[in-house]
Structures are given as structure tokens and as C-alpha cells.
Design a protein around this ligand. Structure first.
Ligand SMILES: C[S@@+](CC[C@H](N)C(=O)[O-])C[C@H]1O[C@@H](n2cnc3c(N)ncnc32)[C@H](O)[C@@H]1O
Length: 446
């Protein structure tokens, strides 16, 4: 017989192997019927991923065995137990210890291991007051890394790029659970119908700073609602939602979307164009193209043609009024929704991503019509993938001009986001996920 903690340990083991939290969580929650169990599963599962480095710091303090030598069930069982002891005050310590030890017993038939987990958890519980982390003043880098559970290389980058105060805000925001946000899809229902439907289904919600986006304050299963099934809503981050609005597609335009799956921005563009014109949507991954296809159908989009293609190699004579380059990136702006990014991304990935982004951009700039607009966007916060890359593109392409986004953003959102022609949305400064935008215009050639 499984218990809830043993299922959590199994799910966490898959995250360690590279799975994504959102997909995995969905498949585990389907098997759990009780809503309170679903909530507890979600809380512990995300909590352990988010605070992994701190939990390991505690384990090292109390154990004379190295983490690398522990069975994975033991290590994960300890993380699960300690997370409950230190972060969840509604679970009595005895229950937290008992359930975690039982889970390890179920998964690993080794007497010594079970006693070991039991001993450590009891010790942590007894001595938790003495658990100290190096002072912020002595070493902000190490303090942030341990206290907020981030790899040092990431903290170092945030501090170097934004200074200590802002870095701490970004880091803290990454540890907050991301809210579920619905974008209203006017191709399927009017705004009145959409809002009435949310109310009917008992949602509490507030409109976000991007028009048409609503933060759901009590969403438990947002893909299982009437409004979602009818295609009236798409789940999308607020910052991501700015992309299509900043690109300002007009009716009957030709638009090229270079990296489109799962289709959040493609379907938003189609909605703004009222299903007129033509959107060519590419993605390298055929499995992910299927996700776009499903979304096109559910949302009633009919002006998109899909193609599995590597955007860095894609050839076409056609010229476009608008190009959206929402490119693959290191994802450091999405830590709150996908905390595993902290552990799965490596610093070396940044350089590789920047090279790919450069290749994709340079391969497609000539597909822009004169006076046409190209929006470059990433959901990350590294200079190599953002400002430095666009500086390089601009230096090498005199036909391109960088447009200032601050006025546009103010008009759309009412927010004054300090930006340097580029737009950088920093979590913790704005209540949203992190994003970078640069809008480029092709000068007309006579
Ligand atoms: C940030 S996601 C795009 C999100 C999408 N624009 C949306 O709003 O839903 C990046 C996408 O780029 C795709 N991709 C990665 N390398 C690519 C390449 N060389 N050419 C085209 N697509 C690529 C990935 O499969 C992934 O779906």
C-alpha cells in the first residue's frame, strides 16, 4: 500500500531525472481523489523542489553520511520530512516524522535506512532552533543561496546584474507559488460570457495589469472547468501575454511565429487579428506541435498554418509584416511556476541558448518586410540571452532599428516599467513572471 508521502517521493525522484513539475503534478493528482490530499501533495512536492538546497544543508548538518552515498529514497524521504517539520505548521511533528518514515519503509526494505531517517528527523525536530545560516551581511551570496535555496551561480548573476536589493526581491519572488492566470479568448465567447462563467463556477479572480488576463485566486483544477473546455480561456502568464500586444498585429497581416509551441502567443495573435490574415507557426518539436494543434482547435483559431522546422535553418522567400521570436531560453524568469529550473539549468546552458537564439534571429531577419516589426522575447534574466544578444544583432544589421517599448507598455498596462528601450520585467518588482522584450523595426529601403 502506498501512502501520500511515498507517492511524493516517487514524483520527486522523477524531477531529479529531469521531468517537469507541471506535467508530473497533473498526472499524480489525477490518481488522488481527496481534495485535501491533492493540496497536501502539491504543497510538499513544490515545497521540496523549491527549498531543496536548504533542506540538504540541514541534512548535512545532522548526518555523518554524505548525501551522494544515501539511497535516493532516504535522501528524498529526509527532504520530505524536514520540509514538513520546518515549513508546514499545520502538520504535527509526530505525524510528519511517522508518515515520512513509513514512506521510506514502503519504498526501501532496509532496516538501517529506516532507523537512520527516523533518527535524523527526530534530531531536526528537537534542535531546529539551532539551525543557522550565514549572515546576509557577511556573505549575501551564500546567505541567499542557502536561505532561499538557489544555486550560487544563479545568485551571483542576479547580484551582479541587479544589485543586492533587487536580486533579493527576484529571488524571493521565485519562491512564491505562481498564480493561475486565464487569458480570455474572444474567438469563443464574449467578455461578459467569460466573466459570468467564471462567477458561475465559483472562481474568485482579479483582472491583471494586462487587459484580458485574470488571476484566479482559488483555482484547483483550471483545465477542468466549463469555460476552459469551451475554449473561452487559455492559461498564460501575464508577462507572456504582453508579447502579442506589443507586436500589434493588424487584421489581414502576414505573421511568422518562429518558436510557437504550445501556442500561447500564436493563439493570442490570432485572436487579436480576429482570425484574418495568415500566421505561419514553426516549432522544431513535432510532439509539441501537437499541443498547438489541440489549442488551435479548442480556441477556435483558423488562420494558422503549422510546420515542424528548425527556425535556425528555415528557408522561405515570403516576407512578413510581423515576426515573433519568442525563443527557447534558460527560463530563469519562470522559477516560481517551475522551481525545478533552479536545479535543472546549468550555467553552461546560457551560452548555448544565446548561440541558438543568435542563429535563429540572423536566419530570419531578412523575412521581415520594410517597416515590418520583429519582437524578440525570452522568459529569462541573463544579459547574454537578452540585452547583449540584441546589441550584437543591432550592431550587425543596420537595417534594423530598436523601438522604445516604455510608452507602449504604459499604454497597455498603465505601469511605468523602467526600461532602456528594451523591456525587462523582473519578478518581485512586478507581480508577474520574468520576461525580456525587444521590438525591432526594419527600416524602409528606397
Ligand atoms: C519559449 S517556448 C515557446 C512558447 C510559445 N511561443 C508560446 O507562447 O506558447 C520555445 C519553443 O521553441 C521550440 N524550439 C527550440 N528550438 C527550436 C528551433 N531551433 N526552431 C524552432 N523551434 C525551436 C521549443 O520546442 C519550444 O516549444
Amino acid at each position: 500500500m502506498e501512502n501520500l508521502r511515498s507517492q511524493i517521493i516517487k514524483a520527486l525522484a522523477r524531477i531529479e531525472k529531469g521531468s517537469y513539475s507541471t506535467l508530473l503534478l497533473g498526472s499524480y493528482l489525477k490518481e488522488i481523489s481527496d481534495q485535501r490530499d491533492k493540496n497536501l501533495f502539491t504543497e510538499i512536492f513544490y515545497g521540496v523542489i523549491r527549498h531543496k538546497l536548504y533542506l540538504d544543508y540541514i541534512i548535512k548538518h545532522f548526518s555523518n553520511r554524505s548525501l551522494e552515498k544515501m539511497d535516493k529514497e532516504v535522501l528524498l524521504g529526509l527532504r520530505v520530512g524536514i520540509y514538513q517539520l520546518l515549513f508546514l505548521d499545520k502538520i504535527p511533528a509526530r505525524a510528519a516524522i511517522y508518515e515520512s518514515v513509513e514512506a521510506v519503509k514502503l519504498l526501501l526494505n532496509k532496516k538501517g535506512a529506516v532507523a537512520f531517517v527516523n533518527g535524523i528527523l527526530r534530531n531536526v525536530n528537537r534542535k531546529k532552533a539551532e539551525l543557522l545560516v550565514i549572515d546576509r551581511e557577511k556573505s549575501p551570496l551564500r546567505h541567499f543561496s542557502i536561505h532561499y535555496s538557489y544555486p550560487e551561480w544563479m545568485v551571483k548573476r542576479f547580484i551582479e546584474q541587479y544589485g543586492i536589493e533587487t536580486a533579493e526581491k527576484i529571488i524571493k519572488a521565485g519562491n512564491k507559488r505562481a498564480e493561475v492566470i486565464y487569458r480570455h479568448n474572444s474567438l469563443k465567447m464574449s467578455k461578459e460570457e467569460f466573466l459570468a462563467s467564471l462567477e458561475k463556477e465559483g472562481f474568485k479572480f482579479k483582472e491583471s495589469f494586462v487587459p484580458g488576463f485574470y488571476n484566479l485566486l482559488n483555482a484547483s483544477n483550471p483545465v477542468d472547468t466549463e469555460v476552459f473546455k469551451k475554449g473561452g480561456a487559455y492559461i498564460q502568464g501575464t508577462s507572456a501575454g504582453l508579447a502579442s500586444l506589443l507586436l500589434e498585429p493588424k487584421k489581414n497581416m502576414d505573421v511568422l511565429d518562429l518558436a510557437a509551441a504550445p501556442g500561447g502567443k500564436t493563439t493570442h495573435l490570432a485572436m487579436l487579428m480576429e482570425n484574418t490574415g495568415q500566421i505561419k507557426a514553426l516549432d522544431i518539436n513535432p510532439t509539441r506541435l501537437k499541443l498547438i494543434r489541440e489549442n488551435l482547435q479548442r480556441l477556435g483559431v483558423s488562420n494558422v498554418s503549422l510546420e515542424a522546422a528548425d527556425a535556425a535553418e528555415y528557408q522561405s522567400e515570403k516576407k512578413y509584416d510581423r515576426i515573433l521570436a519568442d525563443l527557447p531560453c534558460s527560463g530563469l524568469g519562470l522559477i516560481s511556476a517551475k522551481p525545478e529550473i533552479k536545479w535543472q539549468k546549468k550555467e553552461e546552458d546560457i551560452k548555448k541558448m544565446a548561440e541558438l537564439q543568435y542563429r535563429i534571429l540572423t536566419n530570419n531577419i531578412d523575412k521581415l518586410k520594410n517597416e515590418g516589426l520583429l519582437l524578440y522575447s525570452t522568459c529569462t534574466l541573463t544579459r547574454e540571452e537578452n540585452q547583449l544578444l540584441i546589441d550584437k544583432i543591432l550592431a550587425e544589421n543596420s537595417s534594423l532599428e530598436l523601438l522604445d517599448l516604455s510608452e507602449k507598455v504604459k499604454k497597455i498596462t498603465g505601469l511605468e516599467i523602467k526600461s532602456n528601450a528594451y523591456l525587462e520585467i523582473l519578478p518581485g518588482l512586478v507581480d508577474s513572471e520574468g520576461f525580456f522584450y525587444a521590438l525591432l523595426k526594419k527600416r524602409s529601403v528606397n
